[in-house]
Each structure stands twice: as structure tokens, then as C-alpha cells.
Design a protein around this ligand. Sequence first.
Ligand code: AMP
Length: 479
Amino acid sequence: MLNDLFEAGYDGPFFTCGETALSYREFYSAAHSLAAALSCGGPSPVVIRCGASPLAAVCIAACLLCGRPYVPVSLSLPPVRFEHIWRVCGAGLLLAPETERPSAFDPTLTWYAGRIRALCGMGAAFEAEPQDPLSPAAYFFTSGSSGVPKGVCVLRENLEHFTRWFTLQPWFAARQPRVILGQAPFFFDLSDAHFFPTLFWGARLVIPAAADFASLFETFRQSGAELAVWTPSFAALCLCDPSFDEAMLPGLRYFWFCGERLQPALVQKLRARFPHTAVINAYGPTEAACAVASVEITQEVLKNAGPSLPVGRVSGAAAGLSVSDEHELYLSGKSVCGGYAGLSSPAFSFKDGVRRYATGDLAHIAGGFLYLDGRRDGQFKYAGCRIEAGDIEQTLCTHCGVAAAAAVPVENSRGETEKIVVFAVSALSPRQLRDRAAAFLPAYMMPHIFKIVPSLPLTENGKLDRNTLREEAARLCSL
Ligand code: AMP
């Protein structure tokens, strides 16, 4: 089924990002032609360094067509993390569809935009062979607690299951969206929710390329969008401008949010500015290919909710969701990915022959709704991005001359991470430490405050006293 998405089926416009647009015909032809070239290189994974361009979409389709797993990574990934990803997934080729020239850190086998465009334009035929649904489709690397990124092995079956689940959500039954407004770059698994459904429905995908509000909003105005697939953080940013309202997106029927906590206050603001647009809150980790549960936040749901909104409706065990006696949310079934690349993790198991994943999310189910109650580990979200405190801490200790470190998220009154504070035992000054860390941490993981301390506080039983550090971090941020 997955490869059916890339076989000529639709006509008309497919994807617009900034100045670049691609029709379905161009997309199918380019993807097949590139697949023909990729299939000559053996089965090894292909790293795709990209943002959200149509040519990146072609690269992904070509990899899936010829059965080579794709590994989408950010353009701004620090070299040390890139090298780790390259090694761990055993990659054989780097595709750089948004880069024209080599950079010093690129692997020997790299195809840049010019070569990719040329291969896409050759019109080579490619007959896709059936692939094992349990074979890897992609590796999505996310923050790992041991100081290196962790590669979630997404199976072909996961993507098929997700696409089916997404397109069968009840609110799309009445009318399929014809234009989808995406936001996420392809290295973020939220992109699954705009890319695959667009192809399934034969819809049009619009992704803004703009960095400034004026051109971002101009893209919105011109889009004719009916469905927005966004993080709540992105919507909150747009709401900062008073002109962001229904007049700008008159055809918008649904906001579909995922990836981080959706605040009741944000929904209220959206309802005021977009009275005719449904707001949907969806939940899922990368380990379950984007999302597994969703719920429409109606006026009634909003009225009955406490400080936390539900993240899904639950209809028994069939949904593949269960909450353990320790209040941890478990997922099972076809949504659960095939583990981590080169790493065995107790979070994955089999129960009665079915894949199972312990999410680390604390949760409860009440009145048929699923609610999240925090994490049982050091993972947190900052601006929609997933971060393990241990990732920052270990990176500083391994690469930056730090003897010990503790990274602490500081939340605002709405429970969103506002700042990241690091307490570090180091001979470096905060400025020196920041400069060093910048070479090893992705920008979104960079702590806002570095506090040099003589030692880290311990609890009575010798563990790191995170509560004391949390209080100290909050104090530092309120100064
Ligand atoms: P990621 O793998 O980056 O998508 O992050 C997955 C994690 O994000 C989940 O395990 C949750 O902790 C959090 N998350 C995802 N969706 C939601 C949501 N709708 N509300 C609150 N937290 C969410």
C-alpha cells in the first residue's frame, strides 16, 4: 500500500513550498527516476539532509519506492551528531536536496541538489517491487538520554497503519481536506501527518518557507487551506499577530495539533478567531509513527476539562492503548515501531506476539478520554521539540570539559518549558561553556542559562537532587 502512494494516481498541483511547486505528474516521474538511480546503490539507508522542500519529498518517495530506508536529518545538525547518525544506521549515501555545494563534514558519497534534480529529470522508469511490511522504512533520530541521538526504526507497516488511521479519523469522513497546510520539516515525524495523507487523498500540500510574519501570512492567505497540521507552539506564534484569524484562512475547517501539550487558553483564543474551525488534539510518540489517538476539543470538552485537555478518545483495548498499574501509558500493535537502531531498549517488548512500547508518559483514562499526567523520566518538550535532560548533560560532559552537569527545564504557569538551565561543575566560564556547547548541541537544545557550581546537590540516598535544582533554576529565571 505504501508504494501505491507514489504510483501515478492523481493530477494537478501536489506541493508548494515558497517559490517551488510540484505537480503530481512531476512528483511521480521524479520519484521513479530517482528511485531507479538509488536502487543501483544497494539496500543501505539513505540520509536525507533537508528542511521541507518538494525535492526532499521526492527523495523520500524514491527511497520508499526502492526499499532503502530514509533517514531525515536537519540541515543544522552539529557534525558530531551527524557522524553518529551516519555510523549507527549504516548509511550508504547522503542526499542533500537543499544544498548546492559540499561542506567540509559531508561524507564521500553525497548527492547535492543539482545532481538530484538531474537524476529526477531523466525520466527513468522504475518498477517498484513489493517490500516486506516489517522492513524499516525510515529512521527518525530523536534526543537520547545517553548524549547521542536515538534512531527510531519506523517500519513500512507503521507508516501504512498511520496513514490509514489518520485518513479514517471521524471528522474527515464528511469531507476530505483538499488543501493541507503543513509546518514541520521532514526530519520531524509530525511531517508524516501532512505528507502521507496529502498523497493518499490527492490533496495539495502547502508549507510556508517564510521566516517573517508578512510572507508567512501571505502564504496562508493564498493557500486555500482546509486542514492545518501544526504544533500548538506554531499556532501560539501565529496568534501573536492580531491579523491571524478566519479572514486570513476562510476555508480552514480543522486545526490538527500533535507533539506537545495543547493549552485550554490556546484553544479558547483559536475558537474566538476561528469560530468555524474544529480543533483536534492528537497524541503519539515518534516510536509509534507520529500519532495514535486524537480528540476534537469541542466547547463541551473544553468546558468539562480541568487544566489539562484530553489527548484522545479511547475505545477499549482495540485502540492499542493501555495504562499500567504504575500509570504508564503502553502502546501496542501495528503503530509500534521496530525499536532503536543499534540499541536494545527495555521500552520495547512483545505481548502475545504483538509489539508493545512503554511510552514513559504517565496517563489516565476517564470518561472515555485519555489524559496525560507528565513523564516518568527526564524527557521534556521545548518549543515542540523533544529533549532528554541526559542528552544535554552527557554532551557537556563528553565534549565540553564538564565534570558533572544537570539540565533543568523551567516551566511557566501553563506548564510549558520556557527556559533550560544547566548547572555545571567546570573550570570554564558560562560564556566559554556556551561557546563550546554550541558546536555539539542542536540549537533547540541549547540551554538559556549556564550556572557554574562547585558541586551538584545530592539527596540523602546519594541521587541527584533535581527538586532543589528545579527550585534554584526557577529562581535564576525569575531574577
Ligand atoms: P515526539 O516523539 O517528539 O513526537 O514526542 C512524543 C512525546 O510528546 C509524547 O511521548 C508526549 O510526552 C508528548 N506529546 C505528544 N503529543 C502530545 C499532546 N497532544 N499533548 C501532550 N503531550 C504530547
